[in-house]
Design a protein around this ligand. Structure first.
Ligand code: NDP
Ligand code: 2IT
Length: 456
C-alpha cells in the first residue's frame, strides 16, 4: 500500500474514532479535545499494528473504568446548607492503582475531570512508575470561604469518597484549589472514618507521611523539562526572559527554578489579571507572592501595590509580553491561537506546560509549525505526580527519603521523560515532536498492559 493511501486511511480512522467519542460524550468539549490531542499521534503510530485496532484499545482508553458522582452537603458559617457536586473519574488502572489530583473550582464539570483523568493515564505511564490514571474534584469554590467552611466541605466530600479510594486502589492528591490545607482535612477525615493510617492521599504534611519536595516538584519539573529541551537544541534557560501564568503551587515553584537557572521571570497572574515586572521577579518578590497567595489568600494585584517595578493588568493574560519562554501554569485553554500568533511575533522560542492542556490545539500547531520547542503538559508537569509516586513508596515502606535523594530522583525522572519524547518523537530531519513523543511513549506501556489482560 502506498504511503498516501495509508495516511488517508489513518485520517479516516481518526475522524471516525473522534466522531464516535463525540457521540458517546455529548457536550463534553474538554474531553473531546484531550482525546483528539492524543489520538492524532496514536493513529499514525498504530497504523501498522492491527492488534491494537482489533482489541479496540483506543476505544477502551476513552471510556473511563468508572465515573463516580455524588452530592456534597455542608453548612456555611451562617448555618445555611450548601450543596455541591463531587466526582472521581477512575480512567484506567492497567499499570497501577488510579492516581491523580482533586480540583476544587466552580468550573469543575464531568467533562473537565474526564479530560484530566484521560491525560493523567498517559502522564503517569511516562513517569515510569506503576500508577494508573484518575482525577476528582467538586464545583466548590474555596475562594472567600473560612478555614472552618473549607474543613466542613472537605470532611463531607471524603465521607462519600472514602469508600472508593485506598492506598492500593486510588490515591488522590492536590490540584487547583486543593493544597496542603485541604489535603490535611481530607486525610484527617479518611483516617477518622476508616481507623487506618495509610498513604491514601499524597501531598500530605511532612508530619503525617508527606514527602519532601512534593510541594516544589511540579513547578521544578516543568523547568527541568524546559532545560532538557533547550540543552538538546544547544541552548539553555540562562539569560532567557520568561512569562509565567498563575501564582499558585505550580507557577511559583516554576518561577523559583527559572530564577535559580539564571532566567528572568517577568509575569505571574491569577484569575483577575497579571503582573508585569520589567526588572524581573526575584526571590524576594516571589517569597512575597507565595505568602500572599498561600497564607493571606490574597489577589496578585496586591503584589503590584507592594513593588514599584510591578504593574498590574486587570482582566488580561500575560501573553502580550515580549519573552523567549512561556510557562502556562494556571488552567486549561489559557493560550489561544491569537495569543500564540502574538507570542511568535515577539520571538518566542520555547513553551513548557505546567498546567494541564493550557494550549488550544490550533495554538499548539502554530508553535510547532514555527519550530518552537513545545513540551506538552503530560510530559512537562509529570514531576508532581512522579514525586507523589515516591510518596506512595515511602508510605508503604514507612520510611522517609532525604531531600537530596528526592531531588536527584525528580531531576532524573524528568530527563528520562525528555529522552522518551525524543526516542518516540524525533523525525527524519532530527526535529523532535515532543507532543507525539509523549503521547506514543505514554500509550505504548498502557496499551501493552491492556493487551495482556484480555478483554476486561
Ligand atoms: P493552584 O490552585 O495552586 O493555583 C492555580 C492558579 O491558577 C491560581 O493563580 C489561580 O488564580 C489560577 N487560575 C485557576 N483557574 C483559573 C482560571 N480559570 N482562569 C485564570 N486563572 C486561573 O493550582 P496549581 O498550581 O496546583 O495548578 C495549576 C495548574 O497546574 C492546573 O492546570 C493543574 O491541573 C496543573 N497541575 C498541578 C499539579 C500539582 O501538583 N499541583 C501537578 C500537575 C499539573 P486564582 O487564585 O485567581 O484562582
Ligand atoms: O495533574 C496532576 O498531575 C496533579 N494534579 C498531581 C497528581 C498527583 O497525584 O500528584
Amino acid at each position: 500500500m502506498s504511503r498516501i493511501a495509508t495516511t488517508e486511511k489513518t485520517q479516516e480512522y481518526l475522524e471516525r474514532y473522534i466522531n464516535g467519542v463525540k457521540k458517546r460524550n455529548p457536550g463534553e468539549t474538554e474531553f473531546h479535545q484531550a482525546v483528539y490531542e492524543v489520538a492524532q499521534s496514536i493513529f499514525p503510530y498504530i497504523a501498522d499494528k492491527p492488534h491494537y485496532h482489533e482489541q479496540q484499545i483506543m476505544e477502551r482508553l476513552a471510556e473511563p473504568d468508572r465515573v463516580i458522582s455524588f452530592r456534597v452537603c455542608w453548612a456555611d458559617d451562617n448555618g445555611n446548607i450548601r450543596v455541591n457536586r463531587g466526582y472521581r473519574v477512575q480512567n484506567n488502572n492497567a499499570i497501577g492503582p488510579y492516581k491523580g489530583g482533586i480540583r476544587f473550582h466552580p468550573s469543575v464539570t464531568q467533562s473537565v475531570l474526564k479530560f484530566l483523568a484521560f491525560e493523567q493515564t498517559f502522564k503517569n505511564s511516562l513517569t515510569g512508575l506503576p500508577m494508573g490514571g484518575g482525577k476528582g474534584g467538586a464545583d466548590f469554590n474555596p475562594k472567600g470561604k473560612s478555614d472552618s467552611e473549607v474543613m466542613r466541605f472537605c470532611q463531607s466530600f471524603i465521607t462519600e469518597l472514602y469508600r472508593h479510594i485506598g492506598e492500593d486502589t486510588d490515591i488522590p492528591a492536590g490540584d487547583i484549589g486543593v493544597g496542603a490545607r485541604e489535603i490535611g482535612y481530607m486525610f484527617g477525615q479518611y483516617k477518622r472514618i476508616t481507623n487506618r493510617f495509610v498513604g491514601v492521599l499524597t501531598g500530605k504534611g511532612l508530619e503525617f507521611g508527606g514527602s519532601l519536595i512534593r510541594t516544589e516538584a511540579t513547578g521544578y519539573g516543568t523547568v527541568y523539562m524546559l532545560e532538557n529541551m533547550m540543552q538538546h537544541a544547544g541552548n539553555s534557560v540562562d539569560g532567557k526572559t520568561v512569562a509565567i501564568s498563575g501564582s499558585g503551587n505550580v507557577a511559583t515553584y516554576a518561577a523559583e527554578k527559572v530564577i535559580q537557572l539564571g532566567g528572568k521571570v517577568v509575569t505571574l497572574s491569577d484569575s483577575s489579571g497579571f503582573v508585569y515586572d520589567s526588572e524581573g521577579i526575584d526571590t524576594e518578590k516571589l517569597a512575597y507572592v507565595i505568602d500572599l497567595k498561600t497564607v493571606k489568600r490574597g489577589r496578585i494585584s496586591v503584589a503590584a501595590e507592594e513593588f514599584p517595578s510591578m504593574e498590574f493588568h486587570e482582566g488580561k493574560r500575560p501573553w502580550a509580553a515580549s519573552v523567549d519562554v512561556v510557562l502556562p501554569c494556571a488552567t486549561q485553554n489559557e493560550i489561544s491561537t491569537d495569543d500564540a500568533t502574538k507570542l511568535l511575533s515577539n520571538g518566542l522560542i520555547a513553551v513548557s506546560e505546567g498546567a494541564n492542556m493550557p494550549t488550544e490545539i490550533d495554538a499548539i500547531k502554530a508553535f510547532q509549525a514555527a519550530g518552537v520547542l513545545y513540551a506538552p503538559s503530560k510530559a512537562a508537569n509529570a514531576g508532581g505526580v512522579a514525586v507523589s509516586g515516591l510518596e506512595m513508596s515511602q508510605n508503604s515502606a514507612r520510611i522517609s527519603w532525604s531531600e537530596d535523594e528526592l531531588q536527584k530522583l525528580l531531576s532524573s525522572t524528568m530527563k528520562d521523560i525528555h529522552d522518551k519524547c525524543v526516542q518516540y518523537g524525533q523525525g527524519e530531519n532530527g526535529k523532535v515532536d515532543y507532543l507525539a513523543g509523549a503521547n506514543v511513549a505514554g500509550f505504548a506501556k498502557v496499551a501493552d498492559a491492556m493487551m495482556a489482560y484480555g478483554v476486561v
